[in-house]
Design a protein around this ligand. Structure first.
Ligand code: NAD
Length: 463
């Protein structure tokens, strides 16, 4: 299953965050020799010790299995020996919503002096504004004595992995998009051959899904590949906001959004996924990429009202939770509110644009006292959210004890499995705001029996 010596290539991956580490693990598993490079020396030291700086299921074990094929460095000189160089650095939003290309520029300028006279492919996996591939090529031309268009190829290969399921998404992708000059795309296709043909042995922790065959391969121009990533994220964001908009009306007319989503999702043209109503999207990508696309439109004098509406609906959802709490508790001042889940979604410790952040901030501003729990992201919250005021709960039960309400802000599996009827008895009021719709209806019915607030449903489900 491992590549023969001849087809195994030397790869450098620039940036060892969520995408970079996933890429290192994937390519090493396919049989390539991979060096992960980061300017963050502490991160590289950690990786050298065998510690993985992020929480991603299966990643540490896959990297450990491939340890003999994987190296870590802060030194761009390794680029000289590389057949393929991946750029996986961050592209956070800048002040006007357009992505900040500081790290992309840093990577290109770091790579350039070390390009050699062998043929090398530079693959961009970061999500970047349309035209960035050309911009990177110009930087390489300007800063490299060896750059030669007939030997050096810039290819866009957007990343579609989701945090929490990164390895499965990388090993068994729906599609691989590669944009650029045909020779560059052909070289990347060769690197990915075991992935495209699915000839590698699936790792024990991440088995191949039964129905999975092989990825679709989409070859495009550089610009189309860059656009595909933005458009894909924008469409998914739109789907969630659409579900949330319909959910708001469902509540008013007495329909059940979960039934409605099932009904519309059963249409093959629509599909059931990304129709979950709730607290809305968060994370490092949807907010940034929808804003990025709008700001690209603005640059060309082209308004994008559908996307803007999707963003507005998304942030309105965060306020809906507060309004529901107010409806039941009247004033929030002095109330104890338990928030279950800090990470923007389950199975990750990523806190970027997590709805829980806004929620805690608003609750504190309204003088409620917040007790928060997350099974994984708590230490990270301590570091990254020092400006927020809340009490840490070691487990969900302590969070709920004597609380006036609990908000389920992240759909961690362990929250589904809690003994809710027993926990409700420990609360001051049995009010659940299930902002992720994790509790199924039969259970809710059971919880309502514990209600002490009369006929108006104490177990409120925020859609
Ligand atoms: P991240 O912030 O987790 O990691 C980026 C890493 O790049 C950091 O370790 C940083 O130290 C390093 N870095 C910055 N400048 C560098 C330089 N000049 N040289 C070497 N290393 C440098 O980011 P991420 O979440 O992995 O995202 C990376 C890119 O992939 C972004 O463009 C993002 O939009 C895109 N993306 C992310 C996801 C996701 O789920 N996180 C999914 C698809 C695409």
């Amino acid at each position: 299953a491992v590549l023969t010596h001849e087809s195994s290539q030397q790869v450098v991956v620039i940036g060892t965050g969520y995408v970079g580490l996933g890429t290192v693990a994937l390519l090493a598993h396919l049989g390539h020799r991979v060096t992960g490079l980061d300017i963050d020396a502490a991160k590289i030291e950690q990786l050298r010790r065998g510690e993985v700086p992020i929480y991603e299921p299966g990643l540490a074990s896959l990297l450990a299995q491939q340890a003999d094929r994987v190296h870590w460095t802060t030194d761009y000189a390794v680029v000289a020996q590389a057949d393929v160089i991946f750029i996986c650095v961050g592209t956070p939003p800048g002040p006007g919503g357009a992505p900040d290309l500081e790290f992309i520029t840093g990577a290109a300028v770091g790579i350039a002096p070390h390009l050699s006279d062998r043929s090398q492919v530079l693959v961009n996996k970061s999500t970047v504004p349309i035209g960035t591939g050309d911009f990177v090529q110009r930087l390489l031309e300007e800063h490299s004595p060896h750059f030669d268009e007939t030997r050096h190829f810039v290819v866009s290969n957007p990343e579609f992995l989701r945090e929490g399921t990164a390895l499965g998404d990388s090993l068994y992708p729906d599609r691989i998009v590669m944009g650029g000059a045909p020779e560059g795309v052909a070289r990347l296709t060769a690197l990915y051959a075991p992935l495209i043909e699915q000839t590698f042995a699936p790792p024990a922790e991440t088995p191949r899904p039964e129905s999975y065959l092989r990825p679709g391969v989409v070859g495009t121009t550089l610009q189309s590949a860059e656009m595909i990533k933005y458009a894909a994220n924008a469409f998914l964001a739109l789907k969630i906001s659409f579900a949330n908009e319909i959910a708001g009306l469902c509540e008013r007319v007495g329909a059940d959004i979960q039934e409605v989503a099932t009904g519309i999702g059963a249409d093959a043209r629509i599909g059931p996924r990304f129709l979950q109503a709730g607290l809305g999207w968060g994370g490092s990508c949807f907010g940034k990429d929808t804003q990025g696309l709008i700001s690209a439109g603005r640059e060309y004098g082209y308004p994008m009202p559908i996307l803007q509406a999707a963003i507005d609906v998304n942030y309105r959802q965060r306020q809906v939770v507060i309004e529901k709490l107010q409806r039941h508790l009247k004033t929030l001042k002095g109330k104890r509110i338990a928030v279950l889940g800090m990470a923007f979604k389950p199975n990750t410790d990523d806190l970027r644009d997590a709805p829980a952040h806004d929620l805690i901030q608003r609750l504190h501003a309204m003088e409620a006292s917040v007790v928060a729990h997350d099974p994984v992201a708590m230490p990270r919250a301590r570091r990254e959210w020092p400006h927020l005021t809340y009490t840490e709960a070691p487990d969900p039960a302590s969070a709920l004890r004597r609380a006036d309400a609990v908000v389920i802000a992240t759909e961690w599996d362990e929250y589904r499995g809690l003994d809710w009827p027993a926990l409700l008895l420990t609360m001051r009021r049995p009010l659940i705001i299930d902002a992720r719709n994790v509790l199924r209806s039969p259970l809710l019915a059971q919880i309502e029996q514990f209600g002490r607030e009369g006929p108006s449903s104490p177990a409120e489900t925020v859609h």
